[in-house]
Design a binder for this molecule. Structure first.
Ligand code: KDO
Length: 329
């Protein structure tokens, strides 16, 4: 069943015209909350765009400048947008079962994410998004391992276990699945849009945020924080998503080109992001941040225990978690 607002947007979809073709080319506007210098954005601009250029003009819009973070899927469903890079947490607002891919310590690595996305276990998930939201998930992008990044020096907060995050106002993106993750970590989750995070850290309206190291560097959060506890609580992903209506308007050959372009862009972004994750510890230490590994067992066990019996876990189809685990190590 579709949530109320999604059902409304679906009704709107039926009345929307197919996306515009100008001078024989279709315009593919992509709205993302990412910056232009984010590895996913670079991959889309340098790999995806050129690969579809013969029949499509790829128009990326960064920093949520076209559509607000979290509203992109509705914009596609209502025919107002052609593409986005969306999170499992955003999909979980429509289809609660997607929270399984947004749960702490489920995905183990970038490679594991790809195996899960390509496995038959994903088929009913992808189908539902197509049928009920009019959105096609083309490929999986790697955002990286999310860690806890705080304004305090380690002498003030030494984050070794979830108990050490008690009372910490940790910025999280603003959906239920994200906030649940923040709480499961032991913190006090505070919803703020990505574009507001730097200022929130600078002014102290939050005590910290969680994101992978490349994002901490790309968005200069290191300028306004003092430490990173390498919790690796979420091996984070995004899906490259396209309007099903637009997809259906393409020839089979064009569809194959778009599909391959998305997979190639995702792979290029994944390799770039993995490389950056390796290199950036040294860079961040050079900027004066304290970077250390907490008690990972304590974090993993605590986070996993929060999901057991939760509303989220109740929405997970029987056996899917076992299948995901079986695809890992
Ligand atoms: C964020 O808001 O913290 C987050 O990392 C969530 C991701 O799903 C993704 O949207 C990302 O922001 C943005 O693209 C910025 O990198």
């Amino acid at each position: 069943m579709l949530a109320g607002s999604a059902a409304l947007t679906l009704a709107a979809t039926i009345m929307m015209p197919v996306a515009s073709w100008a001078e024989g080319k279709i315009t593919l506007r992509l709205s993302t909350s990412g910056t232009e210098t984010d590895q996913r954005s670079i991959a889309m601009a340098t790999v995806f765009g050129p690969a579809v250029a013969e029949f499509a003009e790829f128009q990326p819009h960064y920093n949520s400048s076209l559509v607000a973070q979290g509203s992109e899927l509705e914009a596609i469903a209502s025919g107002d947008l052609e593409m986005t890079v969306c999170s499992a947490q955003e999909l979980a607002t429509f289809f609660p079962e997607f929270s399984i891919f947004a749960t702490g310590y489920v995905h183990q690595s970038a490679e594991h994410q790809v195996k899960v996305f390509d496995d038959a276990l994903m088929d009913p998930f992808k189908q539902k998004v197509e049928d009920e939201l009019g959105v096609k998930l083309l490929a999986i992008m790697y955002l990286g391992r999310r860690h806890v990044n705080l304004r305090f020096p380690r002498s003030e907060r030494n984050v070794m276990t979830p108990a050490d995050l008690a009372g910490v106002n940790l910025r999280m993106p603003g959906t239920d699945a994200w906030l649940f993750l923040g709480k499961a970590l032991g913190a006090n989750p505070t919803p703020i849009a990505f574009s507001e995070v730097y200022t929130a850290l600078q002014t102290g309206s939050v005590d910290g945020q969680d994101n992978p190291l490349p994002t901490v560097v790309d968005s200069k959060f290191y300028e306004v924080t003092k430490q990173i506890s390498l919790t690796s609580h979420l091996v984070d992903l995004n899906y490259i998503a396209i309007s099903k209506q637009v997809w259906d308007g393409l020839t089979q050959e064009q569809q194959a080109t778009v599909q391959k372009a998305a997979v190639d862009a995702a792979e290029s972004g994944r390799q770039a992001q993995l490389k950056k994750e390796e290199e950036l510890v040294a860079f961040l230490k050079g900027k004066g941040l304290e970077i250390y590994e907490p008690d990972l067992k304590a974090f993993r066990e605590h986070v996993q225990a929060q999901y057991v019996g939760s509303e989220f876990a109740k929405a997970w189809p029987e056996g899917v978690l076992d299948k995901i685990n079986a695809l890992g190590n």
